[in-house]
Design a protein around this ligand. Structure first.
Ligand code: AMP
Length: 209
């Protein structure tokens, strides 16, 4: 399975990509996770990305395109891939088309998960991440950790309410063109992201059938 998964912050992209990866064996590539990991490690690249992320702005195209190209070429995606949070601009979508054409591996679909704006702000303001392992705990759910980790749960810098509202504006502005790109290619599948994880995951299965 070769899939792009789009949606606003808090739409459930990461959760649903994780479930699909577990079910299909495809590799889950989240540009947001790769960038946050670089920020946690404090590398020069991470510090540069952080300047954009903490303001809710997009990281430059060449940086994220480089991340995805490296992951896809890494040989770990033999059973396909799920791109979570990429592409977010038309330039990224075109770069991905070129990469995949070069590999002879076209996309199966571009999935968009949609959730009303107020629900997104509520979900994102309530979610917490582990400062050590980066696992995400949803609002009202049990704390999540990768095995053996007992790190502290904190709010992501970019999950504060005013930053979320800004990220939603950026999404609407930048990503509309990406949706059009995939609609034009006949690849777009739109799914309602409200309700439980299970309900959304059933809708996704139906949309991909
Ligand atoms: P996410 O976890 O996907 O919501 O991403 C968190 C932040 O990482 C975004 O608000 C951006 O600052 C940055 N980011 C993640 N993916 C991309 C991308 N494809 N293009 C540009 N910036 C990105």
């Amino acid at each position: 399975m070769r899939l792009v998964i789009m949606g606003t912050p808090g739409a459930g992209k990461g959760t649903q990509a994780g479930l699909l990866a577990a079910r299909t064996g495809a590799c889950h590539i989240s540009t947001g996770d790769v960038l946050r990991d670089a920020v946690r490690r404090g590398s020069p690249f991470g510090r540069e990305a952080q300047r954009h992320m903490e303001r809710g702005r997009l990281v430059p195209d060449d940086v994220v395109i480089g991340i995805v190209a490296e992951r896809l070429a890494g040989g770990k995606c033999k059973r396909g891939f799920l791109l979570d949070g990429f592409p977010r601009t038309v330039a990224q979508a075109r770069a991905l088309d070129e990469m995949l054409a070069g590999r002879g591996e076209p996309l199966d679909a571009a999935l968009v998960i949609s959730v009303p704006r107020d629900e997104v702000v509520r979900r994102v303001a309530g979610r917490r991440v582990c400062a050590a392992c980066g696992a995400v705990s949803d609002v009202g759910a049990e704390p999540a950790h990768t095995e053996g980790c007992q790190g502290t749960l904190v709010q992501r810098d970019d999950d504060r309410e005013e930053t979320v509202r800004h990220r939603l504006d950026v999404y609407a502005r930048e990503t509309a063109g990406v949706l059009e790109h995939y609609r034009h290619a006949g690849l777009l599948r739109e799914v309602d992201g409200s309700g439980t994880r299970k309900e959304v995951s059933r809708r996704i299965e139906a949309a991909l059938r």
